[in-house]
Design a protein around this ligand. Sequence first.
Ligand SMILES: [Zn+2]
Length: 138
Amino acid sequence: MPEISKPIPAVTPDMREFFEGARAGRLMVQKCDNCGTLRFPAHDLCSKCNSTGSRWVPVSGRGEVFSFNIMHQLYHPGFAKEVPYAVVMVELEEGCKFVSNLLGVKPHEIKCGMPVEVTFEKLNDEVSMPKFRLRAEK
Ligand SMILES: [Zn+2]
């Protein structure tokens, strides 16, 4: 039976700048033009002030594990070799939260507060996905 690969996100117009940044090794989030609140993923409206104006800005990619969930159920055959795997919510230094995976740490060894930094996993010429790895605490 052929191996089924993981789904690759589509580069939609509203996410174009995010994926351009990721290809260049920069983590991008949306910033509200009115109040400056950072957000991810992309939304039409700011959840704080309801403004529709926003732009993409680079962030440090540094933060800490805010929360995580260990996935035991197989929801897509492309993940069959990885179950159980962890989905982590990282709180970036800039205050925005970002959902991804933590590389190099076994799911049951992940702890809230672990210091992490972004790294990028190239899936194809168009899409690189931000992932996180442990960083030395400073
Ligand atoms: Zn706002």
